[in-house]
Design a protein around this ligand. Sequence first.
Ligand code: 2HA
Ligand code: ZN
Length: 270
Amino acid sequence: MKNILEAPFLIEMVRTASNMYAHGWDERNGGNISLLLEEQDAAEYLTGRPVLRAIPTGFSAPELTGKYFLVTGTGKYFKNVEHDPEANLGIVRLTDGGQTAQLLWGYSDGGQFTSEFPAHMMSHVARLKVDPANRVVMHCHPGNLLAMTYVHDLDEKAFTRTLWQMCTECIVVFPDGVNVLPWMLCGTNEIGEATAGKMATARLVVWSQHGIYGAGKDLDETFGLIETAEKAAEIYMKIAHLPRVNTITDAQLHLLEGRFNVKAREGYLQ
Ligand code: 2HA
Ligand code: ZN
């Protein structure tokens, strides 16, 4: 059996958590990441490992039965992941229609997966239906996106259009736009179901006055997705109180669609 600490997927996860912390998106124990492991990686690194513990999930997700996930731990600080991956991360296999998570590695101090596990697993189900290549769900608290939810209309079309207008490349990176949930109690199946519902039509879901969820095919891409939306929100927060003299027009956004071969969310451009 190969050493999990040397697995490329684990090294990438550690790098990502450190990078998110360095960006200021994950204060204290804020944020969480889940990565659906490839069959090949699971076979190489996990077959034959004994089940260390069986942890009830409190929800069902039959679509994920037998799938392996690398997930950040509840109460853990992203800044500490690189110093002790085995305590701060865990690898689980979902069984019983998703109702049980078998711990195969990690959470070495007796911990368990993030309190936002329902939102993560339900979002994986939702994104895999749209994009079978989806592997990552990522949650964090980027300051400018959060700030924007205090001062901007939370209507999804209005929120998305503002972000698209803030940086030229936004519409290329997230042509499906950004979906928005109102403030809801976090850590519950309810917010998990609501997040997954929003994930059906976009890879970014803002949790008002809390943070953002992103989904993508790998850690780099998902990080970059949130990074791009956060950059746009930063520009917005710099200019929101100033007279807007120039902007990116819908005609220009259409030019970007053509140049980069992307299709903006239906009905979002004039
Ligand atoms: O504590 O970010 O939403 C981790 C979180 C909960
Ligand atoms: Zn959070």
